[in-house]
Design a protein around this ligand. Structure first.
Ligand code: NAI
Length: 661
């Protein structure tokens, strides 16, 4: 028996071929997806010890799972660390292992199919060569910034060394995953192979041929030079400040800083990476962003165990919402039939869908396939075959009910009827249905392609299995479901309404639009409430605040908005609302506002507090299952400052004096 066969490993499987090439199969035990864990790193050290004392012809890391190479370091393991002092020894351990791989005296290859992110890419970067498939699921990236961190296993240095800081730093700042062909263009990988060709054979060839290791091009290396770095870093910092504030999201600034200071000194950059990582790890932002990751997993888990196989979707109503829902489902790989009362509306939606496919479906064959999956269906022939029928017609109880009376008898057994209503009670809509248990709400947000959350509305007669299936439909189309009880405003509109109303009060009392929006943005909201009202549409805002606000608030909002609506100043869609809109952006005279930091803070608290209090009322009314679900829903449904960890989490910390306001 060979020395490798004798190693007792749980998470890696070793296979040496007759020519002495060792294939190290990554196979994390009891997990569907490979992520790196402490236990895996300990075993990796055993493997490195074995190949150091028994050199092989070449070593190739390859996944034993079809789900991908390595999706990153296991975030659950981060929760075990309490402080920087806790995490530093583990970082050092991992770094020693990767540095030893880098120094092995025989060729090493990472053979990548599927996700190769975070710690997975850091392992691949320590190899001599990288080869990846052009499989649609293959992505290479360092997304740690999304958790308020940066790479910690030498990735910052190795990526900057391999492709130059000018390309490497932005890749780390966005956390974006590159397809194999884009990664090849940058020099991040050495070779691409077609999805079904033999990855192992290609890796073996590389080890046999031992070509020169890829090095950064002259221009890429130049970007790491002492002269270029300060200039490029300044540009990157300026661009980053437009998207994030250092006091909210310190990680991107730490990445730029690390490279600016040490980008041409690899040993020093490697040395400084770990303490910088550990410092970030202790920040409130990183703790809360890890919480957001867990909340996201919680949302996804709602569809676990659902027995529902989604293949065909039928959408009725080809307006703003229905048209975009249909396009999104087709983009995500489902066959979609789209119905309206007139062909002209369907044609308009199909045209809009084409521009979505042009932006999101790559390569051109995928674009074409998405186009073929979206079928215009004036007569509703698709109803009989659909697994789910999504109704998104005009917001009128009688018209919707009349439509259901026609549609329900034509649906196949077990199919789900879902409404996208924003405000109509589901029990009233369901009157007259023969199978009320099959009826739920699927409340999408506008714009559909941009907003990740869909509220799955349960009412008293909807079957539990159907609500679960609703969550699965939402997960299958790549969105996050949140199960919500049928009640006015559900969750997202209900908590947004008091926030918008408070902004109007503040405006009436003399605060400028710029000051109001600047204060909310300083708190961390993606856009301020005035700009948000313009984006939603002032007519829709009036309707929402009208159904959800008190009589007094309704009167105040109506007095403010109705004259603007009458003059066709409805916000972004009509080119003017509170702001004048040019090229899809509001013209803000003084985006930073004019207030002292203290006044900004006090105005922000004034605007946010009604939203927080409404969240508490949502919980008291038992509209969602848990506080975590609510926090998740409000983050993904409204963009509520993710680094705050969610509205209820933030409120608790704030009230206990444990957070920056
Ligand atoms: P819309 O007015 O843009 O589109 C409605 C479409 O339904 C029109 O194309 C119309 O021709 C069609 N239609 C009307 N009656 C029909 C019938 N009997 N059979 C077939 N087609 C019919 O409306 P929008 O904004 O897309 O809203 C649709 C639904 O989605 C409403 O229930 C609304 O409350 C809800 N919603 C709207 C949001 C928004 O921001 N616009 C956000 C979330 C939900």
């Amino acid at each position: 028996m060979s020395v490798f066969a004798e190693l007792k490993l749980k998470h890696w499987r070793l296979e040496q071929d007759v020519d002495g090439f060792l294939f190290v199969y990554i196979n994390r035990a009891r997990e569907a997806v490979n992520s790196l864990s402490r236990a895996m790193l300990l075993e990796l050290e055993t493997i490195i010890d074995a190949v150091t004392s028994n050199p092989v012809e070449g070593l190739c890391f390859i996944s034993a799972k079809s789900s991908g190479f390595i999706a990153g370091f296991d975030i659950r393991e981060f929760d075990k660390f309490r402080s920087a002092a806790d995490i530093l020894p583990d970082l050092e351990y991992a770094n020693t292992a990767l540095s030893r791989i880098e120094k092995l005296p025989f060729p090493t290859v990472a053979a990548i199919d599927g996700f190769c992110m975070g710690g997975g890419l850091e392992l691949a970067l320590a190899c001599d060569y990288r080869v990846a498939t052009t499989n649609d699921k293959t992505r290479l990236g360092l997304p740690e910034v999304q958790l308020g961190l940066h790479p910690g296993f030498g990735g910052t240095m190795r990526l900057c060394r391999l492709i130059g800081g000018k390309d490497a730093v932005p890749l780390m700042l966005t956390g974006k995953g590159l397809r194999a062909s884009a990664a090849k263009r940058l020099g991040l990988i050495d070779q691409v192979v077609k999805p079904h060709s033999d990855l192992r054979w290609t890796a073996r060839k590389l080890m046999q041929r031992k070509p020169k290791k890829h090095k950064a091009t002259f221009t890429q290396t130049l970007t790491n030079s002492r002269l270029a770095r300060p200039i490029l870093a300044k540009i990157m910092e300026r661009a980053t400040r437009k998207k994030a504030r250092p006091e909210h999201y310190p990680a991107p600034f730490a990445i730029i800083d690390l490279w600016r200071k040490h980008g041409n000194n690899c040993p020093e950059m490697l040395k400084q990476e770990a303490p910088s990582f550990a410092k970030l790890f202790e920040t409130e932002a990183a703790t809360n962003l890890r919480r957001v990751f867990h909340l996201m997993e919680g949302l996804k888990s709602q569809s676990k165990g659902a027995k529902f196989d989604l293949k065909r979707v039928h959408v009725i109503g080809a307006g703003i919402m229905g048209g975009d829902i249909a396009a999104w489902c087709a983009l995500r790989g489902f066959e979609v039939t789209l119905q309206d009362r007139e062909q002209v509306y369907i044609d308009g939606a199909v045209k809009r869908a084409k521009s979505l496919f042009a932006k999101r479906a790559k390569p051109s064959s995928a674009r074409k396939a998405a186009g073929l999956r979206l079928i215009s269906d004036l007569n509703g022939d698709g109803i009989a075959r659909a697994d789910v029928v999504i109704e998104a017609i005009v917001e009128d109880l009688e018209i919707k009910r009349a439509l259901y009376a026609d549609v329900e008898p034509r649906m196949k057994k077990g199919a789900i009827l879902a409404t996208n209503t924003s405000a109509l009670p589901l029990d009233q809509l369901a009157e007259g249905l023969k199978r009320p248990g099959q009826f739920i709400g699927l409340h999408f947000f506008n714009p559909v392609a941009a907003l990740p959350l869909v509220e799955v509305i349960a009412w008293e007669k909807s079957k539990k299995s159907v609500v679960k299936a609703g969550c699965k439909i939402v997960s299958d189309i790549g969105k996050f479901p949140i199960e919500v009880k049928s009640a006015p405003g559900f969750v997202v509109n209900r908590v947004l309404a008091p926030y918008l109303i408070e902004a109007m009060h503040a405006h009436n009392e003399g605060s400028s639009m710029d000051d109001i929006d600047a204060a909310a943005e300083a708190f961390g909201m993606p856009v301020g409430p005035i700009e948000l009202a313009d984006q939603i549409g002032l007519d829709v805002c009036l309707h929402v605040t009208g159904t959800l606000g008190s009589d007094e608030n309704q009167a105040m909002v109506s007095k403010q908005l109705q004259p603007m609506i009458d003059k066709d100043k409805k916000g972004k869609k009509s080119g003017e609302g509170f702001y004048v809109w040019k090229k899809g952006k509001p013209v803000r005279k003084n985006p930073g506002g004019d207030m002292t930091p203290k006044a900004v803070e006090s105005l922000a608290q004034r605007l946010i507090s009604p939203l927080l209090e409404e969240c508490e009322r949502v919980m008291a009314d038992q509209i969602v299952a848990s506080e975590d679900m609510l926090d998740a829903g409000v983050i993904f449904g409204t963009g509520f400052a993710p680094f705050r960890g969610g509205p209820l989490h933030y409120k608790k910390q704030r009230d206990q004096g444990g957070t920056s306001q």
